[in-house]
Design a protein around this ligand. Structure first.
Ligand code: ATP
Ligand code: MG
Length: 256
């Protein structure tokens, strides 16, 4: 049965999508069967996996509204080595349409359950908000991976996310836990980043992943080629770090 993880942080531009697609590609590289779910109307994870979001006949939107199954809507990204349940702008409408329906926060969970046996990992790229879409992600998942930059306000923003996760855990999804905080876009030459990193370790201890993702321009260039960095330039430092992170995740789930 697949282990399901949300990549979430309500702060924008912190590296959620980069983490989702590169972790998916890294896991595929070490032999895991992966489904990547794009839960963001921006569709960046879809495009970043080489899938043209505007040409998709079915997306996660249709799955949330129960007019399609995951098996019908997913597509294979051959180059990346994983399956993609894509998203595009249409998904923005789901937020409003779901208000009317029953079990509106459980839609994704129910749909993923039907395909879970086919995968080792399902990774969900969440939008930069604590919306109904993110809630569907959190209700489906066993755990949350939180990418964060080691900046001054990073810890402050974390409080809202931690509280939301606690509430979902208490009321909607007992399985849910924070798997870990992933330090991304890290530059060890910047003293402040080193200090915030130390603070994170002091506060969250084992919840901070060992792997650190460096700031690396190859990771930022890769999406314009419709590829995760891990596939676009496997030798790049950032790509190697994400493959290392994939190995760390494989080890972590053995202990879950
Ligand atoms: P949003 O909240 O809009 O969904 P996000 O949290 O998904 O954003 P990304 O899109 O992954 O964030 O990253 C934001 C920007 O930072 C992108 O331009 C991306 O290419 C760049 N980036 C991410 N990680 C790295 C890294 N390790 N090194 C260099 N650039 C990076
Ligand atoms: Mg994103």
């Amino acid at each position: 049965m697949a282990r399901i993880f949300c990549v979430a942080n309500q702060k924008g531009g912190v590296g959620k999508t980069t983490t989702t697609v590169n972790l998916a590609a890294g896991l595929a590289k070490v032999g895991q069967r992966v489904l990547m779910v794009d839960l963001d109307p921006q569709g960046n994870a879809t495009m970043g996996s080489g899938v043209e979001k505007r040409k998709l006949a079915l997306t996660v939107y249709d799955v949330l509204l129960e007019s399609s199954s995951v098996a019908q809507a997913r597509v294979r990204s051959e180059k990346c080595g994983y399956d993609v349940l894509g998203a595009n702008r249409e998904l923005a409408g789901a937020e409003v349409e779901l208000v009317e329906v029953e079990r509106r926060d459980q839609r994704l969970k129910t749909a993923l359950a039907q395909s879970a046996a086919e995968y080792d990992f399902i990774l969900i790229d969440c939008p930069p908000s604590l919306s109904m879409l993110t809630l569907n992600g959190l209700c489906s998942a066993h755990g949350v991976i939180v990418p964060m930059q080691c900046e001054y306000f990073a810890l402050e923003g974390l409080t809202d996310l931690v509280n939301t996760i606690k509430q979902v855990h208490a009321n909607m999804n007992k399985d849910l836990q924070i798997i870990g905080l992933l330090r991304v876009m890290f530059d060890p030459r910047i003293t402040l980043q080193q200090q915030v990193s130390d603070q994170l370790k002091a506060h969250f201890a084992a919840k901070v992943f060992d792997t650190v993702i460096p700031r690396n321009v190859r990771l930022a260039e890769a999406p314009s080629y419709g590829l995760p960095g891990v596939v676009f330039d496997p030798a790049a430092r950032g790509s190697q770090a994400y493959v290392e992170f994939a190995r760390e995740m494989v080890e972590r789930i053995k202990k879950m």
